[in-house]
Design a protein around this ligand. Structure first.
Ligand SMILES: [Fe+2]
Length: 246
């Protein structure tokens, strides 16, 4: 939220500062970017009071089970139960508290509950694949879900997406929304995935891969993965065009 200190209203900036880290809007290997990427230079519109003081999704709108994708239906979903947790940090390493983190993902068989996803993998009546959480005072978030499956996507011959979870962060204003994907360590599908590889910096690519966390893994219950999200600066998580749905 914008702070009015009584002296000067400070409006947040949304200009990307790491143009070599984030994936380019045009990545020819990722077919749909060819038709949707802008052909003219971007024009950055100034943020004014209206853009930064619009409605925010607050704590009161979160359901008790929004963070637990395994308890949103009558039964448990199929698949490997996992914990996904981490911190949201700003470019100086400071926690970003009370910010909305949303995730969406395919089920254990690699299928989304979405009209456009019709490949012959089973839907799971006990899995919607959508979760929301607010970071706590230390910037921590926590989800319980199932390991998503890989899925085919027709971008190129025999194309399969590595298992991934989509993340959205709203920050302190609606216009600050950022979107990224979290991958799992050691996935054999990385080498043929043009979305993962549209991030040209190998170190930046690794910042999209979660860390297996044996300390947070709970005995006889769930594996855990840690995924910290850094909003800006040298260690920034890679963020993508919001229209990327794959
Ligand atoms: Fe996806």
């Amino acid at each position: 939220m914008t702070q009015d200190t009584g002296r000067k209203l400070v409006l947040p900036s949304y200009r990307r500062d790491d143009v070599d880290v984030h994936p380019p809007l045009l990545s020819p290997g990722y077919g749909s970017t060819v038709t949707r990427a802008p052909r003219q230079p971007l024009v950055y519109l100034p943020q004014r009071l209206t853009e930064v003081t619009g409605p925010l999704l607050g704590e009161g709108r979160l359901g008790d089970l929004d963070h637990d994708l395994t308890r949103q239906h009558d039964g448990e979903p199929q698949g490997q139960r996992i914990i996904v947790h981490g911190r949201v940090l700003d470019g100086d390493g400071h926690a970003v508290p009370h910010t909305l983190v949303e995730i969406w993902q395919a089920n254990a068989a690699g299928r989304y509950r979405h009209a456009a996803d019709t490949w012959p993998a089973p839907l799971d009546p006990n899995f919607t694949g959508v979760g929301r959480a607010l970071t706590d005072g230390q910037g921590r978030y926590h989800f319980v879900t199932v390991q998503p499956g890989a899925y085919p996507w027709r971008n190129h011959d025999n194309a399969w997406r590595p298992a991934h979870i989509h993340f959205s962060l709203f920050g302190r204003a609606f216009t600050q929304r950022l979107v990224t994907q979290m991958y799992f360590p050691g996935d054999p599908l990385f080498s043929q995935d043009p979305i993962f590889n549209s991030v040209r910096d190998p170190q930046a690519r690794q910042r999209m891969v979660a860390r297996y966390d044996h300390t947070a893994t709970r005995p006889e219950w769930a594996l855990a993965y840690e995924f910290d999200i850094v909003l800006r600066g040298r260690d920034a998580t890679v963020f993508e065009d919001e229209d990327d749905d794959e």
